[in-house]
Design a protein. Structure first.
Length: 395
């Protein structure tokens, strides 16, 4: 009996265990379908191994590219804009410090360039004027033409040559080339109507260039040939020319001298020219004439006004072709050898900037000293004083 019972029990357990196992497998399958979905019900999916993403190619940056001066977007043409037609009410508003990228660049350059000149304006060298700050002699007697001039410690026994390039600030590409490519001893003269004039001056001084501001003066064919707003006129009352001059002087700070723009007729009037130079002397600013007028009148006006003045010996680019500019530069060398010093005046032609830069590279090796105009003017002023003293003592 017991043997039959055991067999029956084992027979019962086998199908029961099989049923339990099947139930477990069914439950596991249901759970997988619930969480993972039914594989049979999924849409077919194409799978493909992804290729590794290639690393971007690095550009080959040269050290020369890093050191290259900052370049700005240049106009498509180097044609100079005409100054004619600008209304007399034109006002150039300098940007607020820190608001102009060019101003920030100039400040940074001034901190890193060993040739950089002091940042303008200096305390005590300005006074309020009707159109803005005017240059002024400081309480301690410091003159703007001393404070803003480029120091020079060259050999006084070598023939000295100075060059000033005018028309700066009107053509961006040429102005940048002059600031970046010319030696710091070369002075730059800016048109008073230049946009962002103070920023340009700050950049020039940060690169070591001393700066002049151009004074529009009456030519013989005025007003058909109009130099621009606030032009000084030969027959205007002194009060009117003073008003115009003050406007021109207040457009920027940091210049050591002013120079003429055109002015063939104005420069023949000794009273008008003398009043201009006397006004500049009262404010401690020098005057450099480009030499296109009547030299004797300029000399007489400057002497009678007791002003600090100079006259360029040659215009470098009446013919702006490279060969003609080279010939004028050689003439400057001959004049410096003969007289001890010489001053050349050029305009903002790209050919002038390029030729002056090339010429200056070997100047010292040829036995000449490239000096800022302020240094040559001071030497010539001292020589004039000595010759006048000798002339007086001989009588």
């Amino acid at each position: 009996m017991s043997g039959n019972t055991t067999s029956a029990t084992q027979a019962f357990k086998a199908p029961a265990l099989a049923g339990v196992g099947a139930a477990l497998l069914f439950g596991i399958g249901a759970l997988m379908i619930a969480f993972l979905g039914d594989p049979a019900g999924r849409p077919p999916v194409a799978r493909q191994a992804l290729a590794p993403i290639p690393e971007p190619a690095l550009q080959d940056v040269q050290i020369a590219d890093i050191r290259r001066p900052v370049e700005f977007t240049s106009p498509d043409t180097e044609i100079e804009p005409s100054l004619s037609g600008v209304p007399e009410t034109f006002e150039a508003t300098p940007p607020v410090d820190g608001s102009d990228p060019a101003h920030a660049e100039a400040q940074h350059a001034g901190q890193t360039n060993p040739n950089a000149l002091v940042t303008a304006p200096l305390t005590g060298l300005t006074t309020p004027g009707p159109s803005g700050p005017l240059p002024a002699i400081g309480p301690d007697g410091t003159r703007p033409d001393q404070a803003y001039a480029r120091p020079w410690h060259g050999d006084p026994n070598m023939p000295m040559i100075a060059v000033v390039i005018g028309g700066m600030g009107l053509n961006r590409a040429v102005t940048e080339a002059a600031i970046n490519d010319l030696p710091p001893e070369v002075a730059l003269s800016f048109a008073p109507y230049s946009r962002d004039l103070q920023s340009w001056i700050d950049q020039a001084r940060a690169a070591g260039h001393e700066v002049l501001i151009e004074v529009p003066m009456e030519p013989f064919d005025y007003p058909n040939n109009d130099p621009g707003p606030h032009t000084l006129l030969a027959d205007a009352p002194n009060s009117e020319n003073s008003r115009r001059l003050y406007w021109l002087m207040s457009q920027a700070t940091g210049y050591f001298a002013m120079t003429n723009y055109l002015g063939a007729r104005f420069s023949t009037s000794e009273p008008a020219l003398g009043h201009l130079m006397a006004t500049l002397e009262e404010r401690g600013v020098s005057f450099l004439h480009d030499g296109t007028g009547r030299r004797s009148t300029i000399e007489a006006a400057g002497g009678n006004a007791g002003a600090r003045w100079g006259i360029a010996d040659r215009v470098l680019d009446e013919d702006p072709s490279p060969s003609a500019v080279d010939d004028r530069l050689l003439t400057l060398e001959a004049l410096a050898l003969q007289n001890g010093s010489a001053v050349g005046a050029g305009f903002a032609y790209r050919s002038t900037v390029d030729q002056v830069a090339r010429w200056a590279e070997g100047l010292e090796a040829r036995g000449y000293a490239l000096a800022p105009p302020s240094a040559v003017m001071a030497r010539q002023q001292a020589e004039r004083g000595g010759s006048q003293t000798a002339s007086s003592s001989s009588h």
